[in-house]
Design a protein around this ligand. Structure first.
Ligand code: ADP
Ligand code: MG
Length: 721
């Protein structure tokens, strides 16, 4: 109640932002050590060297680093920075920082600002408290961070201090990746190398291919007073109890509706901060569920996009607090209400800015487009299991397959027109087509494909949307690093094989277009079982997918073993993305995360049942008993309905007590076996036991009066804003 009062009494603290005074154009990127800043401040040869690294992935000359460090430090100090940090993305799924001051003591007892090339290029945070999945025994607890010159350094402003953040990769001393960025950079490198071979066959002079990414981010915003009154939201990120509100999202009145004023103010300030950080946020709107929103940036190269998506999540969370709001990034904060995902738009572009998945205007361009398209389709057909692994978390399990998010079966949606083209190609292009005429690769121009073809099918996990693929099964809270790594690597393999085939043919004096015309039908035939344009929510699709041999890994525990198959180890090994040891370590970390998540949830379930729900129910029970007793004492008889109610409350209390007891026993039980056995136990024993406690708790929520109920309800959290 006091929470509600606090919410309804919320007042704007006046205008913080005045875009008239400072237009976005002036703000954008002001806190970024961007190319322009470097161009203006670095000696020309140094700037050229750095740019070569950024654009073409050229190795960085260590002599350059000192110059860059000095200039970067001066720039940062001008911006008010006192500290610098190597900013990295360990396997916790968050970002990490270790702050060091720019100051170094001098002989005469004062201090000077110091920051050299070696400090820019390499840092040594203690790695022992980050997950490594067994890679690092405690005696070799050191890890190091290495500057990623391809993602710009930036300044994080805080009312009480300002810090220069240097994006870095995080490795063990033996060179194994301990983070999400290292494999991402490796996979981008692998993809670039293979894609360039195809481009070369087509006569291109490009020297680098970048993965491009635009992640659409969904999230919830609720009032902080409610959040702090819910131990489950605070500790597990989702509500572990809560009956469905009478009015849910049935009315669909929230989607694209007007954004509430406080929320809008919060978004504006968040966007302002993001602009300063050079994050090109573009769209914002309400999402399907009440209190759910989406923010999407313009696409950027995958590495920068991954960093920026972390900044989007962290910045909005921080800014929301200033407005008394709490951002929920969990995939399913509220049962029975739509959860949050992240649509990962993914494509490839060369360093001349050409999108390799964009159908072109000339037959030449289209032959190339069709090759890259077919390569990606085959990659997904072969390694859908790995894409599934890349989105497997305990929290995302609540969404996938729950008729609101794409199913856990990985398939590709192409849309009618492209489907038609693909079918013609498979038949060798001989048949006359919907578009008219016959299709001959390298001769025919493709019909213009509708850009929004994919949006009409929201049930597909992987949809072609005109000039990019959209991976829609990604979870809202996860880094896009992992899904990117898999996409890049599986595409690299497929493209590699195609390039090898075509290079041989051309070397043997064969005509490129004729070879492609012959190759495309084979690629399609090999992978068409993964293409599905129908409704992914239906039971019929689940059956058909099974008959097509597509894996359907319903849970994280079912999915993760696919990471350590010989197929997976060979793939990642071949392209230098993960060593076998690294794969096994990731597998261990993922299983461990799963087990830990369920463990935390079960502890909180027990605690809330015992300390909040049970006491409230007992109070009500005693009130009921007392009123019946009072009636009897007054010589009246209590209505049967009233004693029935008391009995119902008592029976539900008993149910809650027994189910909580069962859960406690299950949590305490000794489980033997490896990490997979532990995760399986969480899935098969703990989760059902937890659900049973919740069912009893939620039933009590419907019985116990509002003034006795200790938790903010769904109704309150979702609709009071
Ligand atoms: P939607 O119809 O899904 O709203 P948009 O065209 O607005 O599609 O794009 C959604 C996201 O896809 C945006 O973040 C956008 O920048 C991104 N995107 C567009 N083109 C590409 C591309 N070539 N590669 C990666 N992402 C892209
Ligand atoms: Mg979209």
């Amino acid at each position: 109640e006091s929470a509600i009062a606090a919410v309804t009494g919320w007042q704007s603290n006046g205008t913080r932002i005045n875009f008239k005074e400072t237009p976005v154009r002036q703000l954008f990127g002001t806190n970024v050590f961007s190319e322009e800043v470097m161009r203006a401040r670095l000696p020309e040869h140094v700037f050229k060297a750095i740019k070569n690294t950024i654009k073409k992935g050229a190795p960085l000359d260590s002599g350059i680093a000192d110059v860059v460090a000095t200039v970067m430090k001066e720039w940062a100090i001008e911006k008010g920075a006192t500290h610098y940090t190597h900013w990295f993305q360990p396997m916790t799924g968050l970002t990490a920082e270790k702050h060091d001051s720019f100051l170094s003591p001098t002989d005469n007892g004062s201090a000077i600002a110091e920051f050299s090339g070696s400090e820019l290029v390499r840092g040594e945070p203690d790695a022992s408290s980050f997950p490594s999945g067994g890679i690092r025994a405690t005696f070799e607890a050191r890890g190091y961070t290495a500057w990623d010159a391809t993602s710009p350094a930036f300044i994080l402003e805080n009312p009480n201090g300002t810090t220069l953040c240097i994006p870095t990769a995080f490795c063990s001393w033996t060179g194994e990746a301990l983070d999400k960025k290292t494999p991402l950079l490796r996979s981008m490198e692998a993809l670039s190398k293979q894609a360039l071979r195809i481009l070369k066959l087509f006569g291109s002079n490009a020297s680098r291919v970048h993965t491009t990414c635009g992640p659409e981010q969904e999230y919830f915003l609720i009032d902080q007073n409610f959040y702090y009154a819910r131990p489950d939201l605070m500790n597990a990120g989702r509500s572990l109890f809560g009956a469905k509100p009478p009015k849910g999202q049935e009315m669909e009145d929230h989607y694209f509706g007007a954004i509430p004023e406080r929320v809008l103010a919060c978004m504006l300030e968040g966007e302002l901060e993001l602009y300063k950080l050079g994050v090109p946020v573009k769209t914002r709107h309400n999402e399907v569920a009440p209190a759910q929103y989406e923010i999407a940036p313009l696409f950027e190269n995958a590495n920068v996009a991954t960093d920026h998506n972390m900044l989007v999540m962290e910045t909005l969370k921080r800014v929301a607090g200033r407005y008394g709001l709490q951002m929920l990034l969990h995939e399913k904060p509220f049962a029975g209400v739509n959860g949050s995902g992240k649509h990962l738009n993914w494509s490839m572009a060369d360093d001349e800015g050409n999108n390799l998945l964009k159908p072109g205007d000339t037959p030449h361009e289209n032959a190339q487009f069709l090759l890259f398209l077919a390569a990606v389709i085959r990659a997904v057909a072969r390694h859908g299991d790995l894409l599934r692994v890349s989105i497997a978390t305990a929290s995302n399990d609540h969404r996938l397959g729950a008729n609101e998010a794409p199913p856990a079966i990985i398939s590709i949606f192409l849309g009618d027109q492209l489907q038609d083209i693909v079918e013609q190609i498979e038949k060798g292009g001989a048949k006359s087509t919907k578009a008219g005429g016959t299709m001959t690769v390298g001769v025919t121009t493709l019909p213009t494909l509708p850009r929004d073809a994919g949006d009409r099918n929201r049930t597909s996990p992987f949809a072609f949307t005109g000039n990019k693929f959209e991976f829609r099964a990604v979870g809202s809270s996860q880094s896009i690093g992992g899904p990117n790594v898999v996409l890049n690597t599986i595409a690299a393999e497929s493209i590699d094989e195609i390039a090898t085939h075509l290079e041989k043919a051309v070397a043997a004096g064969k005509d490129l277009n004729t070879e492609i015309q012959a190759l495309l039908p084979k690629l399609i035939a090999e992978s068409k079982h993964v293409i599905f344009n129908g409704d992914g929510y239906t039971e019929a699709w689940h059956k058909e997918a099974e008959s097509r041999g597509l894996p359907n890994r319903k849970t994280t525990v079912d999915s993760l073993p696919d990471l350590i198959t010989p197929k997976s180890i060979a793939l990642f090994g071949k392209y230098g993305v993960f060593s076998e040891r690294e794969i096994h370590s990731r597998y261990e970390i993922l299983l461990e995360n799963y087990k830990k998540t369920i463990n935390i949830e079960s502890q909180i379930t027990i605690q809330m049942a015992n300390r909040q729900i049970l006491p409230a129910a007992l109070r009500y029970q005693s009130e009921l008993a007392q009123s019946i007793g009072n009636l009897k004492a007054a010589g009246a008889s209590a209505p049967k309905a009233q004693t029935d109610l008391l009995n119902d409350v008592s029976a539900t209390i008993e149910d809650l007590l027994t189910k909580t007891h069962t859960l406690s026993k299950a949590v305490e039980a000794h489980v033997s076996g490896d990490s997979l056995a532990h995760a399986k136990y969480s899935l098969d024993v703990i989760i059902p036991a937890m659900n049973a406690v919740r069912a009893a708790g939620d039933k009590l929520e419907g019985l116990v009066p509002d003034d006795l109920w200790p938790l903010p309800t769904y109704q309150e959290m979702l609709f009071i804003k």
